[in-house]
Design a protein around this ligand. Structure first.
Ligand code: DN4
Ligand code: BGC
Ligand code: ZN
Ligand code: ZN
Length: 358
């Protein structure tokens, strides 16, 4: 057991404390987090809205944090890591099912996996921790020592685009020049995940729109310009164009259906955002007709595998080399570990808030 200062909650009840706790060691690589990111999952846990969160066995708390960029403090030479390396630890840890045993705990088939900082395993919001090399993703590009904290949220996006490529194979989906040029991608929601999805859609060559039901501030508009995507305030304008790829990060069923109804023939829709508290809406016989007659494929997607973390890190390197100012403008505020009110007071202009560790 090791004593460390950590940000904890009591799952699934909620609350948040920055306190000294005794936690067990987990592997031969000793890590110091440099930055940990905060997302809706952490806020949901702190406010007691994430029913599936639970404490590690024998603890009456869980250390929060599943988004991080860490520095290796020390490691045995057999681990493949050395002091000074930059790493991103993975969120999900395998159970015994066939997907977990194949390194695809993101597609766990019996639900028996654990998630660091969420379900049954302490997370990364602490001064230091130890981990198993199997679950560490090496970040070779030293310029990602801060923006590398976006690797974890971006890995979800990389997996979704792999899902899109897989399910779109049921027909000819690409344009006649074999690219996605001219195809329309709509991303609902302007949080960190929404922006990362829209950046990736643009990278794939889609004509990309990112949407919300209100205007967004200058920083978000500047990211749209830099990534050649258009922001649409759908409360003011009603687009009639056909959507080839619809990605929802809002979790709002009425909004998802509004745009599903203008999806193109052979199009793909991805459900990613979750909001169990969203008001219900009516899914009608006409909606089933739309899905059937247009060969629409809808898929849900959660988490991602090590390969997606690695690809996410290389996209971040590429985007950073192209325009480091824009990528770093995704990180809108930096807090101290003791500033725990950040989990409950949300600034609407913030895209990604991070905690800076010493
Ligand atoms: P976020 O920063 O809370 O973003 C959610 C966005 O959706 C905000 O920009 C909201 O706008 C917007 N929104 C809400 N309702 C509507 C609506 N009716 N129309 C348009 N936009 C709307 O969260 P995030 O970007 O970090 O994550 C997005 C979602 O993905 C969350 O639900 C997460 O739980 C989920 N998630 C899933 C996975 C996974 O499946 C991983 C990470 C996150 P505003 O009202 O705030 O302006 O692996
Ligand atoms: C993480 C995923 C995780 C999910 C659980 C997300 O914030 O990015 O890795 O599976 O939360 O709901
Ligand atoms: Zn997250
Ligand atoms: Zn499993």
């Amino acid at each position: 057991m090791t004593k460390v200062q950590a940000i904890t909650t009591e799952a699934p009840k909620g609350g948040v404390k920055f306190q000294t706790v005794d936690v067990e060691d987990n592997g031969p690589v000793e890590l110091s987090p440099m930055y940990t990111g905060i997302c809706g999952t952490d806020r949901g846990m702190v406010t007691g809205r994430l029913d599936f969160a639970y404490n590690p066995q024998g603890q009456d708390f869980i250390v929060l944090g599943h988004e991080s960029i860490c520095r290796v403090k020390s490691a045995d030479s057999q681990t493949g890591f050395k002091a000074g390396d930059l790493v991103v630890p993975m969120v999900r840890r395998p159970g015994k099912c066939i997907n977990c045993q194949a390194g695809r705990q993101d597609n766990c088939s019996d639900g028996d996996k654990k998630e660091a900082g969420i379900t049954g395993k302490n997370g990364f919001m602490r001064e230091s921790f130890t981990d198993d090399p199997e679950f560490l993703v090496k970040i070779d590009d030293p310029s990602l020592s801060r923006t590398g904290v976006l690797t974890e949220p971006l890995k979800n996006v990389v997996k979704v685009f792999e899902v899109v490529e897989t399910v779109s194979k049921r027909s000819i989906y690409a344009s006649t020049d074999s690219t996605y040029h001219g195809k329309k991608a709509y991303v609902i929601g302007t949080g960190a995940e929404g922006f990362l999805f829209a950046m990736m859609a643009s990278e794939y060559g889609f004509d990309t729109r990112i949407l919300n039901r209100h205007p967004v501030e200058e920083n978000r508009m500047a990211i749209c310009d830099a990534f050649n995507m258009e922001f649409v305030d759908y409360s003011k304008e009603d687009r009639k164009e056909k959507i080839d790829l619809l990605i929802d990060t809002s979790g709002d069923p009425a909004t998802f259906l509004k745009f599903m109804r203008i999806m193109n023939l052979n199009s793909v829709g991805i459900m990613f955002g979750t909001n169990g508290k969203a008001p219900s809406t009516e899914f009608t016989g006409k909606d089933i007709d739309i899905m059937v007659e247009r060969n629409i494929t809808l898929a849900g997607s959660v988490d991602a595998a090590k390969t997606h973390y690695e690809k996410a890190a290389s996209y971040l390197s590429r985007w950073n080399a192209r325009n480091s100012r824009v990528l770093s403008s995704m990180i809108t505020s930096e807090k101290e570990p003791s500033e725990t009110s950040v989990f409950t007071d949300r600034n609407p202009e913030s895209i990604k808030t991070v905690i800076k560790w010493k």
